[in-house]
Design a protein around this ligand. Structure first.
Ligand SMILES: [Zn+2]
Length: 482
C-alpha cells in the first residue's frame, strides 16, 4: 500500500469522474490496520443498526426535513451581514441549548458585507428579450443608468485569447460548459479579470450549473489589483447559449444590463459552537459541521441549511438513544463561508484554536456537498486512515453509504483550511454531485428541491460516524503537514 501524497491529489478529470467513478478507494491491504482495530470497528454494528433504525423507522424519521423547513422557512436566505443570518444564529444556538448541548457559545468573526441592489438585463437586438441575471458577489455596480453594448460571446479563456484583442464598449459573455466543478468555476471567479484586460465594459458568465430551467446562479468573483474592476453577473445557461447561437449566425446582439450593489464596512458575525462532552476523553474531539450563512437567493436549504441542521440533530439523536462516546463531539455552525476567498468563519476559528485543532481532533466532518443520494464519504487522510474509514463505512451497509472516495474536491469548504493546517483527516458526504449544481446559489435552492429520505440517510451517517470515531480506542492517524 503506498502512502498517498496528502491534500488534493488532482488531475484533469471529467464531471463523470467527479461523480466518483474510478475514484473509489480500495484498501489493497489491511496490513497497516491491526486485526484488533478491525474487530473493534465491526463491534459497533449493533450501535450503528440502532441509530439507523431510529432514523429510518423510529421517532426521528422525517424530522430532519421538518426541522430544516422550520429553520429556512423562518429566516429565509442568510448572507453574511444580514439581519436574517444573525437571527438564524441566535435560533440555532437556542436549539442547541434546548437539546442539551454543553458549552454552547458563539465566537465573533469579521466579514465583508456586500448587498445586492436592483438588477436587470435585456437583450435589445436582434429582438427584445428579458435575460435572467444575478450579479456576482463582490461585483462592483454598473453606472446608475446601466451599460448597453454589443456582446462578444466566447466559449472559454482559450477562445477569448485566440479571438478577441479588444472589447472596448462591449459586454463579454463566457459560454463555458460545465465540464467539471474545478474548471468551470474559473469563469465565474476570474471572468471579470480577463474581461478587463481587453477593455470589456462588463462580463456575463453562463451559470456555474449542471442543469437549468432558466434560473441564473450567483457566487463569488475576484478582482485583480492590476486591472480595472468591471461589473460581473451570471446569466442562465439558456440565455448564454442563445447569445452564442445568434453570434454564430452573424448577428450582433445588443444587451442592456444594470447590476447595482453596495459594499458596506466589515461586520461582525458569529460561529456557533456546542459540545456533547465525552465520557472519558473529553479533550479529544470529532468535529461535525455545516455553515449557517448562505447566498442571498433561494432559501439556502441545500447550501447549507441541511448541514447545520444535520450537525445539530446528530447529537440530538445520540442523546435520545442515550449513546455517549468517550470523546467529545463538537458541533460547529460556521459563518461567512460564502463571501470570502477563504471561508472566514473557519479561517478565523483556525487562527484562534490551531493547537487544539492540530493535536486533539480525530476527524473534521462537514456536510456541505449536496444531499441527494448520500452513499458514502469523500475522505482525505493518510492511506492508513483511509483503510480505517473504509472499514467504518461498512457499518453503513444498511443505508448503502459504504463508499469511500479519495478525491477531495479543490473547492472552498470550511474544513479545507483546517485540514491543510493540521493534517487531520477531513470528510464530506458523497452525494450526486451533479444534482447539487442544479440548484446551488440559485433561487431554486429551496425545501422543494430536497426530500426527507435523503436527509434521514445523511443524519444516520453523521450520527454513526461521530459516535464511532468518538468512541473507538484510536484517533485516526494524521498526515504530516508540509
Ligand atoms: Zn456551502
Amino acid at each position: 500500500m503506498h502512502q498517498r501524497s496528502l491534500f488534493f491529489i488532482t488531475s484533469d478529470y471529467k464531471l463523470s469522474e467527479f461523480l466518483y467513478f474510478d475514484l473509489t478507494f480500495f484498501c489493497d491491504s489491511f496490513e497497516s490496520v491491526s486485526p484488533e482495530i478491525l474487530k473493534e470497528i465491526r463491534g459497533y454494528q449493533d450501535v450503528a443498526d440502532k441509530i439507523i433504525d431510529e432514523v429510518l423507522n423510529g421517532k426521528f424519521k422525517g424530522h430532519t426535513y421538518d426541522d430544516l423547513a422550520d429553520f429556512v422557512d423562518n429566516f429565509g436566505n442568510r448572507i453574511a451581514g444580514s439581519v436574517a443570518l444573525e437571527n438564524a444564529i441566535d435560533y440555532l444556538g437556542d436549539r442547541m441549548r434546548d437539546i442539551g448541548f454543553d458549552n454552547v457559545h458563539t465566537e465573533n468573526v469579521t466579514s465583508p458585507k456586500w448587498v445586492r441592489g436592483f438588477e436587470e438585463a435585456v437583450m435589445l437586438k436582434p429582438w427584445r428579450k428579458t435575460i435572467s441575471v444575478l450579479g456576482l458577489a463582490m461585483s462592483i455596480s454598473t453606472p446608475e443608468e446601466g451599460i448597453t453594448g454589443e456582446v462578444i460571446v466566447v466559449q472559454d479563456f482559450e477562445d477569448l485569447h485566440a479571438r478577441v484583442r479588444d472589447a472596448t464598449n462591449k459586454i463579454l459573455v463566457f459560454n463555458a460548459p460545465f465540464d467539471n466543478p474545478e474548471n468551470a468555476i474559473k469563469y465565474r471567479q476570474r471572468g471579470a479579470i480577463e474581461g478587463a484586460k481587453i477593455n470589456a465594459s462588463a462580463v456575463l458568465v453562463r451559470s456555474y450549473a449542471t442543469y437549468s430551467l432558466a434560473t441564473p446562479h450567483t457566487g463569488l468573483m475576484f478582482y485583480d489589483g492590476d486591472v480595472q474592476k468591471i461589473p460581473a453577473g451570471e446569466i442562465s445557461i439558456e440565455d448564454a447559449e442563445l447569445l452564442y447561437r445568434l453570434q454564430k449566425k452573424g448577428q450582433k446582439p445588443i444587451v442592456h444590463i444594470k447590476l447595482r450593489s453596495n459594499f458596506e464596512s466589515d461586520i461582525i458575525t458569529r460561529n456557533t459552537i456546542g459540545d456533547m462532552v465525552g465520557t472519558t476523553k473529553p479533550h479529544e474531539f470529532v468535529l461535525i459541521s455545516g455553515h449557517a450563512d448562505s447566498y442571498d437567493v433561494g432559501q439556502g436549504a441545500l447550501d447549507d441549511g441541511y448541514g447545520v441542521i444535520v450537525s445539530i440533530k446528530a447529537v440530538e439523536l445520540l442523546k435520545a438513544l442515550k449513546l455517549k462516546p468517550k470523546r467529545t463531539i463538537r458541533t460547529i455552525l460556521w459563518t461567512a463561508e460564502e463571501v470570502g476567498e477563504v471561508p472566514f468563519g473557519a479561517a478565523q476559528y483556525l487562527e484562534k484554536h490551531l493547537e487544539e485543532l492540530r493535536n486533539n481532533y480525530t476527524m473534521f466532518l462537514e456536510s456541505d456537498s449536496g444531499i441527494h443520494n448520500v452513499h458514502g464519504l469523500i475522505f482525505n487522510g493518510t492511506a492508513q486512515a483511509q483503510c480505517i474509514m473504509q472499514e467504518v463505512l461498512q457499518l453503513l451497509a444498511p443505508i448503502n453509504a459504504t463508499k469511500l472516495y479519495s478525491h477531495f474536491p479543490r473547492l472552498k469548504t470550511d474544513i479545507v483550511p483546517l485540514m491543510q493546517a493540521t493534517g487531520v483527516s477531513g470528510a464530506l458526504p458523497a452525494t450526486d454531485a451533479d444534482k447539487y449544481f442544479w440548484a446551488h446559489h440559485s433561487a431554486a435552492d429551496t425545501m422543494t428541491f430536497l426530500n426527507p429520505r435523503d436527509l434521514d440517510i445523511c443524519l444516520a451517517m453523521c450520527s454513526v460516524l461521530s459516535y464511532v470515531l468518538g468512541d473507538i480506542s484510536i484517533m485516526l492517524p494524521r498526515a504530516v503537514v508540509l
